[in-house]
Each structure stands twice: as structure tokens, then as C-alpha cells.
Design a protein around this ligand. Structure first.
Ligand code: KIV
Length: 266
């Protein structure tokens, strides 16, 4: 019988107040290392466009490339739940989202797909959910929209910003999202979403109050070229080895020592 974590288990972790530890991975060797460190949820993120392929953003990444990396990661996991991104424009309507999800789940071996969405994309989430696809809705800063947003900017600032994020969360859950992921938002807005949401809420650059935390692997190992995001932390600097850094991250999230106030936004 599979010992892989299920969505039911992740929901129970939320109910029990047990932090969910999540991390990206893109290949077999790192998937094994991440799994061995006890990471609960692994994301094959379209951040691979930057950290693996060397592009300036996530927009060039294709479904075929996501499927390839998902297959590599799936072979390395024996415990963690596996989520994969639907890349830019692979989910522009219900049909394309269903076709892309079919490839990533059937050929890639993913447990869940992640879509970047606000309330406006709730029909896409609903179509996936109706078809039986477990879905995570990624809102707040949506890297696939940085062209429209005018850069990587903190979202959800002020009362109106927080109210908008709460409304997005409500609409996405009502559409059938099984999980929410919120990126680069004010800690106050993330707290407001956390207080109302029924599904596990994973945060990145969203303060310490979410049900779980995720980082990009290369950022937390300190090997991302250029300036790392201010909400990340280089766990390798103290640990000195990859297994040590991965375990230190998992322990810090479980003990609610990471993220600290210095990793969040007002
Ligand atoms: O693609 C990715 O790595 C992500 C994380 C930033 C959550 O979506």
C-alpha cells in the first residue's frame, strides 16, 4: 500500500494545527532528498523556467516540460504529496485546463494541479474540480501575470487589498479548490484569509499564520543566481549540507520559527 500523504491527511494537518512543510523540486535526486527530509508537499513549480532553464520568468514553460520534470520528481517520492503547476496559457479556458491537467496527472504522476487564479478564474477551478482533478488555487502575487502587474509587487496591502484577497479565496473555495496558495502578500491580509478559509492555506512571503509554508528549493539552498527574494532564507549557510538544510527548513516550519517577521510584508 502507498505510504504517500493524501489530501485527507493534509486537511487533517490543517484541522490539528500541524504546519504543512512544502518545497519545490524539479528532478529525481532532489525529490529523493526532499522526501527523505520529511517535506510533506512537493511542488514541481513553473519556477523551473527560471531556476532550471535560465529564463527571466515562468512564461516560456510548456506542459510537456512540466510533465517531464513531474515524471522525474514522482519517481523520487515515497512519502510527499505531489503538486504541479499548470504553466502560462495552458489553462486559458476550461478545455485547455482539463487537457493540460490530464497530461500532468496521467503522464506526469501528479496528485494535484495548481492554477494561478483570482475569482475571475473560478470557472476554470470549477471545471477541473467537476472532472475530479484535485486543485490548488494560487493567488496574491501571480508570477504568470507579472507582465500585467508591472513586476513582482506585494499584494493585498491596505483594507481594500485584504478584502479583495478574502473575496478571491471565498470564490475559489466555492468553485471547488482543495487547497489555496498565497504568494507575496501582507501578513495582515494572509491572516484574514487564514481566518476564513476551510481548505489548507500554503504561504510564501505571506507571514507565519498560514497552515503551511513553501519555498523555492534553489532559494533556500542559497544557489539562486542574483538577489534571493527577501521572504526566503538561506538554510544552507548554517547547515552546510543539502540534507542538513532541508531538515533545518522542515524543523523551522514545524516549530513556527520560519518565517520570522523579517521575511514578511506589512
Ligand atoms: O512555481 C513555483 O515555484 C511556485 C512557488 C513560488 C509557490 O509557484
Amino acid at each position: 500500500m502507498s505510504k504517500r500523504l493524501s489530501l485527507t491527511r493534509l486537511r487533517r494537518m490543517k484541522a490539528d494545527g500541524e504546519p504543512i512543510v512544502a518545497l519545490t523540486a524539479y528532478d529525481y535526486s532532489f525529490a529523493r532528498a526532499v522526501d527523505a527530509a520529511g517535506i510533506d508537499l512537493v511542488l514541481v513549480g513553473d519556477s523551473l523556467g527560471m531556476v532550471v532553464q535560465g529564463h527571466a520568468g515562468t512564461m516560456p514553460v510548456t506542459v510537456a516540460e512540466m510533465a517531464y520534470h513531474t515524471r522525474c520528481v514522482a519517481r523520487g517520492l515515497s512519502r510527499a504529496y505531489l503538486m504541479v503547476d499548470l504553466p502560462f496559457l495552458s489553462d486559458y479556458d476550461e478545455r485547455s485546463a482539463l487537457e493540460s491537467a490530464a497530461v500532468l496527472i496521467k503522464e506526469g504522476g501528479a496528485d494535484m494541479v495548481k492554477v494561478e487564479a483570482t475569482a475571475e478564474q473560478a470557472p476554470i477551478v470549477a471545471a477541473l474540480s467537476r472532472a475530479g482533478v484535485p486543485v490548488c488555487a494560487h493567488f496574491g502575487l501571480r508570477p504568470q501575470r507579472v507582465g500585467q502587474l508591472g513586476g513582482y509587487r506585494v499584494q493585498g496591502r491596505g483594507d481594500d487589498g485584504a478584502a479583495q484577497l478574502c473575496e478571491d479565496a471565498r470564490a475559489l473555495e466555492a468553485a471547488g479548490a482543495d487547497m489555496l496558495l498565497v504568494e507575496c502578500v501582507s501578513a495582515k491580509a494572509a491572516r484574514a484569509v487564514q481566518a476564513q478559509c476551510q481548505t489548507p492555506l500554503i504561504g510564501i512571503g505571506a507571514g507565519s499564520d498560514c497552515d503551511g509554508q513553501i519555498l523555492v528549493l534553489q532559494d533556500m539552498l542559497g544557489i539562486t543566481p542574483g538577489q534571493p527574494p527577501s521572504f526566503s532564507h538561506d538554510f544552507m549557510a548554517d547547515a552546510g549540507t543539502i540534507p542538513g538544510a532541508l531538515s533545518a527548513y522542515a524543523e523551522a516550519v514545524r516549530a513556527r520559527r520560519f518565517p520570522g517577521p523579517e521575511h514578511g510584508f506589512d
